[in-house]
Design a protein around this ligand. Structure first.
Ligand SMILES: [Mn+2]
Length: 253
């Protein structure tokens, strides 16, 4: 099969938000759409993450791959069998209801997805893993959250190392054992889900890079934000390029 004039389609699973004092919108950041188009070479479309509006079979059919974005709302702890507390922050139950079954379906089919930040946490929860609501409160952990003040450059500055395992896919894709990344997350993986392999850690032991063991498709997901300067950053670019290659391959088969 050929794709004709269109590029492979990446469905962007973003968040439901209220803007302008209560105006409800489906949101996908421009950094992400630009990264998909310019660094992965695919056509970005923003999916309304609401199970009343879209079904999983339709999404799998319409899109060649999926990008699960970061976002302020966290995966609801009920999804991993824990009670809601104030530390868990805000939620997006509609997104949970789309993203979690979508990840499981993609793993099963070998359809590519790339999880970023909340998306990374979502992949873990979809596979049965759990999260810490606030990792900076754990002994020995650094603060991985976004600096509260400063310019966008300062917020997305490279702030910690991530070290990959010797024989894992991240080292293969990036050609490096260790890289520097930004860090803008409050939550982190507590226990890894079934087949979730932690392939990279921050120096304080926080999981930063995962993939799904024995999954037929692209499943790499990261706790940091590679969409920041995706075209020029030496770590972001190969990740998006590898994702784009996987989506192209899926689209052609
Ligand atoms: Mn981090």
């Amino acid at each position: 099969m050929t794709l004709g004039t269109r590029r492979p389609v990446v469905g962007i699973i973003g968040n439901n938000h209220l803007i302008n004092d209560g105006w409800p919108v489906h949101l996908g950041g421009r950094m992400v759409t630009e990264a998909v188009a310019q660094a992965a070479g695919c056509m970005p479309i923003i999916i309304p993450s609401d199970p009343r509006l879209v079904s999983i079979p339709e999404l799998l059919d319409l899109c060649d791959g999926f990008l699960l974005t970061g976002g302020r709302p966290n995966v609801h702890p009920e999804e991993y069998g824990e009670e809601e507390t104030p530390a868990h922050g805000t939620f997006d139950r509609s997104r949970d209801a789309v993203a979690l079954p979508l990840v499981r379906a993609c793993v099963e089919r070998g359809q590519p997805f790339f999880g970023i930040c909340r998306g990374f946490q979502e992949v873990n929860v979809a596979m049965g893993g759990t999260l810490y609501p606030e990792i900076r409160e754990l002994p020995g952990r650094m603060n991985h959250r976004m600096p509260p003040d400063g310019t966008q450059e300062e917020k997305f500055a490279l702030r910690h190392k991530v070290r990959f395992s010797k024989d894992g896919p991240f080292r293969r894709v990036l050609g490096a054992q260790e890289v520097m990344t930004n860090t803008l997350h409050g939550q982190g993986i507590k226990t890894a889900g079934a087949r979730v392999r932690i392939d990279g850690h921050a120096p304080d032991g926080t999981p930063e890079a995962i993939f799904i063991e024995d999954a037929p498709g692209f499943t790499l997901s990261v706790q940091w934000h590679p969409e920041w300067q995706a075209v020029s950053d030496p770590v972001s670019r190969p990740l998006f390029a590898a994702f784009g290659d996987a989506v192209r391959e899926w689209a052609l088969n």
